[in-house]
Design a protein around this ligand. Structure first.
Ligand code: G6P
Length: 607
């Protein structure tokens, strides 16, 4: 949550900062602001609302300068407003600060600053940093920032500029991400790679308790506690900028749905072979523990959690080993039964979700091996887990996750097959599963080209206040993801229910015309599902049937979506695509921006 960017070099900084903010806007879009150093003065321009409003504002302001910092906000402390926007100034306007995270002890710091006569102009936790810098300034910017950071508790990625040392940016990281891009005659920092890839492909990652000093000619990292210089490993970005652009699509979400057939190939490449052999060299280091593991915990948030729910069905069914799936925000606080004989699998697109990271650390405290299924290379989760299986899906920008979910489903399939192979579990239908996984690319491509029918269905549901998603077994897990997608971008209330549970409450909400997206791909329970659909239909529900039964007719369904019939473990990859498209088109028809749903952000780095 919140995106930060900073640049020092020889070029005009305003455009660089604004471009950076545009790419980071998915991290929060309540307000945006920049601070630029010029002639020993700092100029701050900040505005409530999207980065585009800030861009308009900068057109009528003088923002000349070659060093600056910028921020796009997802509000935590204080409503979205101009005053609460970052950067924040101290009273004398010689320090400017941007912050991503939450300073948990800000109230006591604020009280002591107010006692000392400091006046606050915002309701944010972050503003305390600006005043602390003024109060504690000892003539050396690095020392002062370090001393101030040592007073802070919580999660923060902070960047500071000051008129005292005008071409310098000082950064500190504790828990929230910070990447430093290294180049000739210029250096840049940002919350993630998408904001630096335009300038350089060489970077290093600040870890917790580390600081960085950036000047045009140099960047050096330090340990926050000791103040000593540290050597960081230089890394290379291996994707190109075009992947982080919309490429002719109206929205990132639509582009990311369209990319899914390529994403399928990237997730499977080198991991699955025609004969059903799987290779996950990433897990060699913990293979013995996996062979002997008693239980598997699949922990994640949001869409990644929904992928974990599908994973539970597959792994339990295939391996007959108990799998627990939970949302990280509950799991971390409920004292789970987790020992060194268990394996924790954390699933995260961003690799930065605070609750998921906390679950990972809990497992490490308890000596349980941790596997990360992660998209963002070198993210916190990727770095801290024992073994990481990358999704290789490329940058996902749309707040509503689509292609990452599909990749997660594939990797969970591969993980299940890998576990079966090392634990000597005979998989009767291994060649069928492998064949179906490998055919997904072309099947998905075909499905994606048939979106006309989905647009029509979107027209049918666009004016309803509520929509229900029902299914049984694996379909019930996919139903949860379908409902989440619809609610988060269309703002129609959407609820998923196991079809067998309908009679225990949800059925009371079904009226004439209520849209009921009914997933019916699980053959073993299709009769039961049929009856549940009839029960809803008898109460006037409008049935949108998603099935792999090629004989299905409109007798049962008011609207019909037929997907190819493939192995049940693999089916969710196809069944979710029409649901993603349905949410996308419904959002568009209702005039919403699907890439930036209200109140949400892509990377949830606060609890
Ligand atoms: C946010 C995003 C979702 C995502 C969830 C978990 O809510 O909007 O798309 O599924 O966080 O994020 P992660 O990066 O850990 O998968």
């Amino acid at each position: 949550m919140c995106g930060i960017v900073g640049y020092t070099g020889k070029k005009q900084v305003d455009q660089i900062l604004l471009d950076g903010l545009k790419t980071l806007e998915y991290r929060g879009y309540d307000s945006a602001g920049i601070a630029v150093l010029d002639n020993n003065k700092i100029k701050i321009i900040k505005k409530e609302g999207r980065v585009d409003r800030l861009i308009e504002e900068t057109k009528i302001s003088d923002t000349t300068g070659t060093c600056g910092i910028a921020h796009t906000r997802w509000a935590t402390h204080g409503k979205p407003s101009d005053e609460n926007s970052h950067p924040h100034f101290n009273h004398s306007k010689n320090f400017a600060v941007i912050h991503n995270g939450i300073i948990e002890n800000y109230q006591s710091i604020k009280a002591s600053l107010i006692d000392d006569g400091y006046i606050f102009s915002s309701e944010t936790d972050s503003e305390v940093v600006a005043h602390l810098l003024e109060r504690d300034f000892d003539g050396d910017l690095f020392n002062t920032v370090r001393n101030v950071a040592m007073q802070l508790e919580g999660a923060y990625a902070i960047a500071v500029v000051s008129t005292h040392e005008p071409d310098k940016i000082i950064a500190v990281r504790q828990e929230t991400p910070m990447i430093i891009g290294v180049s000739q005659g210029e250096n840049i920092l940002a919350s993630d790679l998408s904001a630096i890839v335009n300038h350089t492909n060489t970077f290093y990652r600040l870890d917790n308790g580390e600081m960085a000093v950036l000047t045009p000619s140099d960047t050096t990292a330090y340990n926050l506690d000791t103040g000593k210089r540290i050597v960081k490993e230089m890394l290379t970005i291996d994707w190109d900028i075009s992947q982080a652009k919309r490429g002719g699509y109206d929205h990132f979400m639509r582009k990311e749905i369209a990319e899914q057939h390529e994403v399928i190939e990237n997730a499977l490449r080198g991991r699955l072979f025609d004969d059903g052999q799987v290779r996950l060299t990433e897990l060699e280091n913990i293979k013995d523990k996996l062979i002997n593991a008693r239980r598997i915990h699949l922990i994640a948030c949001g869409t990644s959690y929904h992928a974990g729910l599908v994973g539970k069905y597959i792994i339990e069914d295939l391996l007959r080993i108990s799998v627990e799936t939970d949302v990280a925000s509950e799991y971390r606080y409920r004292n789970p039964i987790l020992t060194e004989e268990d394996v924790l699998v954390v699933i995260s697109q961003s690799g930065e979700t605070a609750d998921t990271l906390a679950a990972l650390r809990l497992a490490k405290e308890r000596n349980a091996p941790v596997i990360g299924i992660v998209n963002s290379v070198n993210s916190s989760i990727a770095v801290e887990c024992d073994s990481v299986i990358y999704l290789n899906a490329g940058p996902e920008i749309g707040v509503a996750s689509t292609k990452a979910y599909i990749s997660q489903l594939l990797v969970l399939n591969i993980l299940a097959l890998y576990l079966a192979s090392i634990r000597d579990v005979k998989v009767e239908d291994i060649t069928e599963i492998a064949k179906d996984l490998l055919s997904l690319n072309s099947l998905a491509k075909k499905l994606l080209s048939e979106d006309v029918v989905i647009k029509e269905i979107a027209e049918h549901i666009k004016d309803h206040n509520s929509c229900f998603f029902i299914g049984r077994l694996i379909d019930s897990a996919v139903a949860l993801e379908g409902a989440l997608k619809l609610k988060e971008i269309s703002y129609i209330h959407a609820e998923a229910k196991e079809a067998g549970e309908l009679k225990h409450g949800t059925l009371a909400l079904v009226e004439k015309g209520t849209p009921i997206v009914s997933l019916m791909t699980e053959v073993s329970v299709s009769d039961k599902m049929y009856s549940n659909i009839m029960e809803v239909k008898a109460r006037g529900g409008h049935i949108i049937l998603l099935t792999n039964d090629q004989e299905a007719t409109s007798e049962l369904a008011d609207d019909l979506i037929v997907i190819p019939k493939i192995h049940r473990y693999v089916t969710p990859v196809l069944s979710v695509i029409p649901l993603q498209l349905l949410s996308y088109y419904t959002a568009i028809i209702r005039g919403n921006d699907p890439d930036k749903p209200r109140n949400l952000a892509k990377s949830v780095t606060v609890e």
